[in-house]
Design a protein around this ligand. Structure first.
Ligand SMILES: NC(=O)c1ccc[n+]([C@@H]2O[C@H](COP(=O)([O-])OP(=O)(O)OC[C@H]3O[C@@H](n4cnc5c(N)ncnc54)[C@H](OP(=O)(O)O)[C@@H]3O)[C@@H](O)[C@H]2O)c1
Length: 251
């Protein structure tokens, strides 16, 4: 059963006054979520490693007449914590208060048995899908705590809740995401203004899904823009009571 309350529909000003950072905002689910947040009144900060692709999303948002987004070029393979701290300092220096943080960027890595997985691919997947989440959240926590009721959304996967052969480092990184969510939620407890949940998008027609299932007709799965109300709800004040939950977008 969906966590969305029956009949819940985001109003056009659902996220008005909120600033929301979305990682991997240049394509796929991240692009759709960023555009939808902007359409519903948020100022969005688009984080990604491909500046030209980020600029394309920036232009779409501006053309829609939404609040001018921010662009944050950052490659999440970066291991140096000071890069994340510098980003937080720059945002803080610009008086940014973060109402939402959507950890969406991920890589699939090698789809093969663990025994055949290269250490370099394992390392990249764990870095982008998990360690960067830790580094970014750690750096941005003061900005989240400065908001009245910030929401952190971690992106999980079905294989992060039940392991499956040949999903290797990706599945392990998503299990780690769930563990991270539980630990952080417990630490934030009921007293912090920040809440955190994980969301499994389910099968969505994106580049990642097409790469993972090359034989599957892409139109079998919904497009990202048809599911964005789940993210809008989690980022809106309507979901204030949801904290520490492992949620699914399509069940
Ligand atoms: N699609 C599905 O069926 C499905 C199912 C379950 C879970 N998910 C999860 O949903 C999220 C979005 O997936 P998607 O399907 O939209 O995937 P996607 O189309 O492959 O997009 C992935 C995004 O992550 C970004 N990214 C990857 N490596 C990065 C790095 N080193 N630094 C910065 N950004 C980086 C990509 O940017 P570049 O363009 O620069 O590569 C892209 O914007 C992921 O967390 C994924 O695990 C998806």
């Amino acid at each position: 059963m969906s966590f969305l309350p029956d009949g819940w529909l985001a109003s056009s000003s659902e996220l008005a006054g909120k600033t929301i950072l979305v990682t991997g905002a240049n394509r796929g689910i991240g692009e759709a979520v960023a555009i939808s947040c902007a359409r519903h009144g948020a100022e969005v900060l688009l984080l990604g490693r491909d500046e030209a692709a980020l600029a394309r999303v920036y232009d779409q948002i501006v053309d829609l007449g939404c609040a001018t987004p921010g662009m944050i070029p950052l490659d999440l393979t970066a291991r140096d914590p000071s890069l994340y701290d510098t980003l937080a300092d720059e945002l803080s220096g610009a008086n940014v208060v973060l109402d939402g943080l959507v950890h969406n960027a991920s890589v699939l890595g090698e789809r093969r048995a663990l025994a055949q997985t290269s250490p370099s691919s394992w390392d990249e997947v764990l870095q982008v899908n998990m360690t960067a989440v830790f580094l970014l959240t750690r750096a941005l926590m003061p900005l989240l705590e400065a908001a009245p009721a910030a929401s952190v959304v971690l992106t999980s996967s079905g294989v992060g809740r039940r392991g499956k052969a040949y999903w290797g480092a990706y599945a392990v990184s998503k299990f780690a995401t769930e563990g991270y969510m539980q630990v952080l939620a417990d630490e934030l407890g009921a007293t912090s203004s920040v809440r955190v949940n994980s969301l499994n998008p389910g099968a969505v027609n994106t580049g990642m899904r097409r790469a993972a299932y090359p034989g599957e007709p892409p139109e079998t799965n919904p497009t990202p823009d048809t599911l964005t109300d789940r993210w809008l709800y989690l980022l809106s004040d309507a979901s204030r009571e949801l904290h520490g939950r492992a949620l699914s977008a399509q069940s």
